[in-house]
Design a protein. Structure first.
Length: 262
């Protein structure tokens, strides 16, 4: 596996790290609360079909915290500027968990540069009477275990993600996430009112044992986003991109091809 190109991009006065690799239509991945991290196997698989672009959100990882960053809405406007600055059009937008919420906030505002939207175990809305874990009330190790159906895979992720040299970055990511989602916890009470504005083909990918945003959230998003389609992976937790990478990539590639043919 060859390494991606590492560059920087500046929009709205914030400079972010960008990993990029592949050829084809642009596919922008918006990461979850743990940060962009490394170039992962599912990204490499996607790069066989797309020009995969993975930025690190302002304030996360090695990026500085912009003065203007207070809410998820701020990040949505940043990425609208980011798309314009990089002159990206026909973008397949993929949002993971927190990044799914961010992708949805972007899409209700402006889909003019998007070809499709994929939300993966997405935060952003609240579904009544669906039990959820609160990631802020878990230890770092237990939180990662909660994300996976396969606990052997969880062990491997824990060993890498909680390495001592990543302690400062992990803490920073947690603090930025808390600033963005603390109250109300993990959702925007107004977003569900506007999801009907999303007018690009939308795919919802979920794990059937997701404990953070359980599978009923996929059905809730499906009802709220016109024409959207939900796929729920069996024996899979909150991160199908990590736990079921082949199936995850196959669904995205198939969806993109269907929409081009339509």
């Amino acid at each position: 596996m060859t390494e991606p190109t590492m560059t920087q991009a500046t929009a709205a006065g914030a400079t972010v790290k960008v990993m990029r690799k592949g050829r084809g239509a642009p596919l922008l991945v918006l990461h979850g609360a743990s940060g962009a991290g490394a170039w992962l196997p599912y990204m490499e698989k996607l790069a066989a079909s797309f020009d995969v672009i993975v930025p690190e959100h302002p304030g996360y990882g090695g990026t500085d915290m912009p003065e203007w960053l207070d809410t998820m809405h701020d990040l949505a406007y940043f990425y609208l500027d980011f798309l314009k600055k990089l002159e990206l059009r026909g973008v397949h937008l993929v949002g993971l968990s927190l990044g799914g919420w961010l992708a949805a906030e972007l899409a209700v505002r402006d889909t003019s540069r998007l070809a499709s939207l994929t939300l993966v175990g997405s935060a952003g809305i609240y579904v009544k009477d669906v039990p959820q874990i609160d990631a802020f009330l878990r230890s770092d190790e237990q939180r990662i275990r909660d994300f996976f159906y396969d606990q052997k895979l969880a062990e491997a992720v824990i060993a890498k993600a909680l390495a001592p040299e990543l302690e400062d970055v992990n803490l920073k990511n947690r603090l930025v996430t808390a600033k963005l989602v603390w109250q109300p916890r993990g959702y925007d009470p107004h977003l569900s009112k506007w999801l009907h504005r999303i007018d690009v083909p939308t795919l919802l990918l979920w794990g059937d044992t997701d404990r953070l945003y359980p599978a009923p959230y996929a059905e809730a998003f499906r009802r709220l986003i016109p024409g959207s389609r939900a796929v729920v992976f069996p024996e899979c937790g909150h991160m199908p991109n990590i736990e079921k990478p082949d199936e995850f990539v196959a669904e995205i590639v198939r969806f993109a091809k269907e929409k081009r043919a339509a």
